[in-house]
Design a protein around this ligand. Structure first.
Ligand code: LIP
Length: 318
């Protein structure tokens, strides 16, 4: 039993309670349509009364049980006009009450609640519950990852991935529809699909996407525009399932521009070591790969191949 089990038990309890509310609302189409809003005048970025109600319920429960902990939530942040998130070393709960809100609104069952806990800015516990499909993903740091109690990856023996060409990749178009962002995403998809890879999928939920990589059903997921609450829980789950979660570029402390210049010179000769890079949940981009039979060296090789094809666009940190 890991030191994080008390957090996991509370997160599972409140996720299941929230799941009942989400499932009831999911089946009540009229309620959803009557309580649907859009965010920041962007008709692609949706929020429902259920998102807001569930986040309030989860936050109130966690505050009662862990009063000294901090909290980052999608709807709380949205209500503060997307104010910058403050992530300290203090235990911080990072909540997406309904990840895959557009799917939820349209009655597509790829939607979940995501509850992550970060300590010293690192995801140490993750619970992702899809109450429509009744899939409960859980993980604690050094405690392994599970789907409904079955160890992840589900697909055993661990499968190899000889080249990027043989991969099934997940990405998303996201809610940002400005010209630069749309062009960068479509150009990236063009670079990757013509590689050619086996296929590209979009399920509409970052948290579910990372769970499909953790279970071994998909090989790679990348996206730019995600938020900390989309990926906090799933990062713990995927890493505990032997996967790798990194940014689109090598991690650097935000206040280290100078050191980067010196490193650029030396990095030309340095060995690729993507798998051991830190992941910054506030950085708005994610690139991940499942556990591979060939081990970390192959993960490094494939991630480096994908990074060559990712076309960046300007985006503010959370
Ligand atoms: C969603 C993310 C997804 C992204 C969507 C949306 P939400 O989160 O999980 O990766 O492409 O635009 O942001 O808004 O459904 O919680």
């Amino acid at each position: 039993m890991t030191e994080y089990k008390k957090y996991l038990d509370e997160a599972v309890k409140i996720a299941k309670t929230a799941g009942k509310t989400i499932k009831e609302a999911f089946e009540n189409r009229q309620f959803i349509s009557e309580h649907l809003e859009i965010k920041e005048n962007n008709s692609s970025d949706l929020v429902t009364a259920t998102d807001q109600y569930v986040e309030k319920m989860v936050k109130s429960h966690l505050n009662k049980v862990f009063p000294t902990h901090s909290f980052i939530g999608e709807e709380t942040t949205a209500a503060n006009n997307m104010a910058r998130c403050e992530l300290t070393d203090n235990p911080t709960w990072c909540i997406d009450p309904i990840d895959g809100t557009t799917n939820f609104v349209h009655g597509l069952p790829f939607t979940c609640i995501s509850i992550g806990l970060l300590i010293n800015k690192e995801p140490v516990m993750g619970v992702i519950f899809n109450p429509i499909l009744n899939d409960l993903y859980t993980a604690t740091k050094n405690g392994g990852a599970f789907l409904n109690g079955k160890p992840l990856p589900l697909i055993r023996p661990i499968q190899p991935l000889e080249t990027l060409e043989k991969s099934l990749i997940i990405t998303e178009y996201g809610a940002n529809r400005n010209e630069e962002s749309v062009k960068a995403k479509l150009d990236t998809i063009h670079q990757i699909i013509k590689y050619p890879v086996h296929g590209i999928r979009s399920f509409g939920s970052a948290a579910m996407n990372m769970c499909y990589v953790a279970r071994g059903s998909c090989d790679i997921y990348y996206e730019i525009g995600i938020h900390a609450w989309d990926v906090a829980a799933a990062t713990c789950i995927l890493k505990e399932a032997g996967g790798v979660v990194v940014g689109w570029k090598p991690y650097k402390e935000v206040s280290e521009p100078e050191k980067k210049k010196q490193k650029t010179e030396s990095s030309k000769t340095e060995k690729i070591d993507i798998v051991n890079e830190k992941f910054d949940v506030l950085n708005r981009h994610v690139l991940c790969i499942r556990q591979l039979a060939e081990g970390p060296e192959k993960q490094n090789e494939i991630l480096a191949e994908v990074r060559k094809r990712l076309i960046d666009c300007e985006i503010e940190r959370d």
